[in-house]
Design a protein around this ligand. Structure first.
Ligand SMILES: NC(=O)c1ccc[n+]([C@@H]2O[C@H](COP(=O)([O-])OP(=O)(O)OC[C@H]3O[C@@H](n4cnc5c(N)ncnc54)[C@H](OP(=O)(O)O)[C@@H]3O)[C@@H](O)[C@H]2O)c1
Length: 346
């Protein structure tokens, strides 16, 4: 896919800035993570103070509370993501913030409301963001901040991929590699909510039993390391779970071949990431004797489609699942941005 492997997802809290008496038509000054050219984030990202900007009639000034570092954010900074903001640019694409002040023509949003950019919008790695009201979606303030900040990309990707490719019914199964990723964890849980079985593939690692246990606690039916699947007939490992018609691949290489091995005749594998940077190799027999289909998914393209107009309803649905405890991600995959800020500003 040509997408460079990034570091693990990370989430950071932006520092609290005490609001002082600024003019109602200007934002407070902002602290931002800026890059003037594309390249390695360590080399090109700097923390910079930005001056106040005018708040126009339809603008909303938002004090950012939390913003994640997603693999695609890294790819944008590196310049290898197909769509990226022109430089100089402020990093970040998602996050959650609290409305600080609004322009005189803004209706239905006021100071103290929590908002997320939906669809996601570039430049969230700063303390104050000023954008038109249409960018912002108000959310329930009882949502845990970490989920509010991260709902618009990975969980939505998982939801769409479960809906858009194969007509699945309760009792069916899906298979995926990269099951420890945030998208993978969301697939496990959203599948469970829909009554689907999930077969999950993880990398071989020390502590794989603990990782398997955590995924099972999220609702995974089966979790295998890649080496466990080095057998002639992987389906014999499935017991009562039906052969899956749909598989997801965010790794490539051998891990993609393992997804294909599980798929039933006529099944579909959807590729949405390329973490190993290795190509997907498909045997001739997979096409001739199993008639497998290979598809791809890109959320950013989906957002611009007709269905993309529904994204705020889906976000609200996903956020309700986080509030009810039916959707959660494994936090030790996150790293503190405090450390990142230190490393990029030195
Ligand atoms: N197409 C889209 O619209 C779309 C939307 C969202 C995300 N994505 C993509 O989805 C992927 C997952 O994103 P995420 O934020 O959920 O990821 P994440 O939480 O950062 O997790 C990264 C995952 O990749 C695995 N991984 C990392 N390096 C690897 C390697 N060299 N070989 C094999 N596996 C490796 C990790 O496995 P370990 O646990 O073993 O380290 C982990 O499962 C990324 O490629 C991202 O770009 C695509």
């Amino acid at each position: 896919m040509g997408i460079v492997a990034p570091p693990p997802s990370a989430l950071f809290r932006l520092p609290n800035i005490v609001a002082r008496a600024f003019s109602t038509t200007m934002s407070p000054p902002s602290k931002a993570i800026v890059y003037d050219e594309q390249g390695s984030p360590d080399a090109v990202c700097k923390v910079r103070e930005l001056p106040p900007v005018p708040i126009k009639d339809n603008d909303v000034c938002v004090r950012m509370l939390a913003a994640p570092i997603n693999p695609s954010d890294i790819n944008r900074i590196e310049g290898v993501y197909p769509v990226r903001p022109p430089v100089p640019a402020i990093g970040g694409y998602e996050g959650v913030g609290e409305v600080h002040s609004v322009g005189p023509a803004v209706k239905g949003l006021g100071p103290g409301d929590w908002v997320i950019p939906s669809p996601p919008s570039s430049g969230t790695w700063q303390t104050y963001v000023v954008k038109e009201q249409s960018v912002w979606h108000r959310i329930d303030k009882s949502t845990p901040m970490e989920y509010a900040a991260t709902i618009t990309v990975n969980p939505l990707t998982a939801l769409r991929m479960l809906e858009d490719f194969v007509d699945l019914k309760s009792g069916d199964a899906v298979v995926q590699n990269g099951a420890t990723s945030i998208v993978g964890q969301c697939i496990v849980q959203l599948a469970r909510v829909r009554g689907l079985h999930s077969i999950n593939i993880i990398r071989d690692r020390a502590g794989s039993n603990e990782v398997k246990q955590k995924l099972k606690e999220l609702g995974a039916d089966e979790v295998f390391t890649e080496s466990q699947l080095d057998v002639k007939n992987v389906k014999s490992l499935l017991a009562d779970i039906p052969e899956p018609a749909l598989g997801f691949n965010c790794v490539g290489g051998n891990a993609a071949s393992l997804v294909l091995k599980f798929l039933k005749h006529g099944g579909t594998m959807v590729t949405y990431g390329g973490m190993s940077k290795k190509p997907i190799t498909v045997s001739t027999s997979s096409f001739i004797f199993k008639d497998l289909s290979l598809r791809g998914f890109w959320l950013q393209k989906w957002m611009t489609s007709e269905k993309g107009k529904e994204c705020r309803n889906m976000i609200d649905y996903l956020l309700s699942l986080t509030r009810s405890g039916d959707l959660k991600y494994e936090y030790d995959l996150f790293i503190s941005v405090f450390l990142i800020t230190i490393s990029i500003s030195s």
